[in-house]
Ligand binder design. Structure first.
Ligand code: ZN
Length: 278
């Protein structure tokens, strides 16, 4: 089985991308543009041009989500991102809560253009301290999972992807997945809470569909492709999750059946993609 890595990033002057594409492990990787954020965790992010060039160079292997600057963008900027080739959007470290009505015109436009938004939720890497000139927020407060619920209710056709499942606010994310048809999520960065997955993946949702949690959560690495350590780690993460699904899920749980595993590793992402890539 090949995987879809539905939440990853690209480094400036990326190395080893051919090897990742040729590894046979992934059928597609979704790259989140964070060029508006600077650097994080020792990786300087690719520029918008580099990211779009990578998407063009590998013919369908990569999809790109554009950086959505919630505090400074106007709805027309979303049209421009779409015209540049971005299929989705990715905000980060905005100054107000995700659900602040000031951002609603942007969500409205994203919904009209059928562009999904991948929202980071919960724990974040620390950035450089405030020097009084910052244009972004600090800490995870504005990116708590619960803020996504209001957006889901106000924009029921907007595809909302919660990144990382929101630690330490796990209950908020579970609530979102349980109640809202248009909220799904990726499990990148979820390793601390793996034991919880054993139980929640087999839980039924109450969102107007007939799904289980394992049909609303999907695989992702959140790796910064293009530096050697991250490239190698992404391949090991794929192995880790494959082993977990085989040796824990496959033996003890419903979600470990082969056809259910397939949803987590690629099927749920394909279903999501069918809403924004025709
Ligand atoms: Zn990320």
């Amino acid at each position: 089985m090949k995987f879809i890595d539905a939440h990853a990033h690209l480094c400036h002057n990326a190395k080893g991308i051919d090897a990742i594409v040729d590894s046979g492990v992934f059928e597609q990787i979704w790259l989140m543009d964070l060029s508006g954020v600077g650097s994080l965790g020792g990786c300087e992010f690719a520029t918008q041009e580099e990211l779009l060039r990578t998407v063009r160079d590998y013919d369908g292997f990569f999809l790109a989500f554009g950086f959505l600057d919630l505090d400074h963008a106007v709805p027309g900027d979303i049209d421009r991102l779409r015209d540049l080739g971005f299929v989705g959007l990715k905000p980060y470290k905005q100054l107000k809560a995700y659900s602040d009505p000031a951002y609603f015109p942007l969500y409205q436009r994203a919904q009209e253009l059928k562009m999904p938004i991948l929202f980071h939720t919960g724990l974040i890497a620390q950035s450089t301290p405030s020097d009084g000139r910052y244009t972004h927020a600090f800490g995870p407060e504005n990116m708590r999972p619960i803020h996504l619920a209001a957006i889901a209710e106000a924009f029921p056709e907007l595809q909302i992807i919660g990144g990382h499942q929101g630690w330490p606010w796990m209950e908020e994310m579970e609530h979102n997945l349980y109640y809202y048809r248009n909220i799904t999520g990726d499990i990148s960065g979820y390793l601390r809470s793996v034991p919880k997955l054993n139980e929640i993946l087999d839980r039924r949702v109450h969102d107007g569909t007939d799904r289980y949690f394992n049909e609303k959560l999907h695989f992702a690495t959140d790796e910064f492709y293009g530096n050697e350590g991250s490239n190698a780690r992404a391949l090991r993460l794929a192995k880790f999750w494959e082993s977990y699904f085989e040796f824990v899920g496959g033996l003890y749980y419903r979600w470990g059946r082969p056809e259910e595993q397939e949803k987590f590793f690629r099927g749920n992402a394909i279903e999501l993609r069918s809403h924004f890539c025709k």
